[in-house]
Design a binder for this molecule. Sequence first.
Ligand code: MEV
Length: 314
Amino acid sequence: GREGRGHTWAKAILLGEHAVVYGHPAVAVPLHDLRMNATATPINGPSRLRCLDYEGPLTGSGARFDCVAQAFEAAREFAGCPRQSFIITTRSDFPHERGLGSSAAAAGAIIRAVLDACRRPACAEELFALTQRAEAVAHGRPSGLDAAATCAPGPLRFQAGEMRPVSQRIEGAHLVLADSGVHGSTRQAVTGLRERYEEQTEAVGPLIAELGALARLAVTALEDGDAPRLGTAMDRAHEVLAALGLSLPVLESLTGAARQAGALGAKLTGGGLGGCVIALADGPQPAERIGSALLHAGAAAVWTHRMHTSEAGQ
Ligand code: MEV
């Protein structure tokens, strides 16, 4: 057999995390300079996994690898080679459990690598469904936002399983991402919010709906090329996410440092309770200033992403 390859990217949620779980829209951006690569090499004997800090059997290696193992099984089955063994190698430019979509990215990359090795073509919908299946086993009921965003060609709007590309017309926009260094469990954050929603629907429901409304506003701000409006929506979304109990002191100090350094807006991104913050800058120099300020404020790592302008559907 021959080696197969696949790749995906990290993603950042601009607006709408958590709200998207309740059927509201969200907007996410693939980070094309933070790649997840996977290879699938046919071998004899039991399948193995090799990543940065693990090498060993692919199945039965604990909860951390549930999603990866599920992706692998789903892909083998779909490709019609359920008994072929592989060494799966993943290599990524970004950390896991920081709200950057690493589990969906790893699942997507492995699925593509296995299908490539088995010469089994698949369309975008099939790849999405396979990735969702893997994510669902490991994470309960993911909205699908991560599965969609980690392989998207550009910014996208996602709602109730429907996705569409969003035109990005803000000239010179940069996203600055900072890792708080704290592991955030998306599953825990989603479950905790669900409990609060069920106990206090009247208080929590409107806040979740507001996050959805802010995501709609972000779509039009991107399409209109209106950076200040997008920044204001991000700031407000962070307040709402904090009111929902999803922030931490470290996320407050990082978003505060970004705003002080001139960010047009800053918020936590992804599940929260750790993970990353995201800040909007209106040019490369402001982005650099904000990045330094975030490192100074204690960020474990900082990435700057230039948001190229794009026309949806081209
Ligand atoms: C996690 O990246 C995004 C959440 O909205 C969960 C989900 O969409 O399934 C918090």
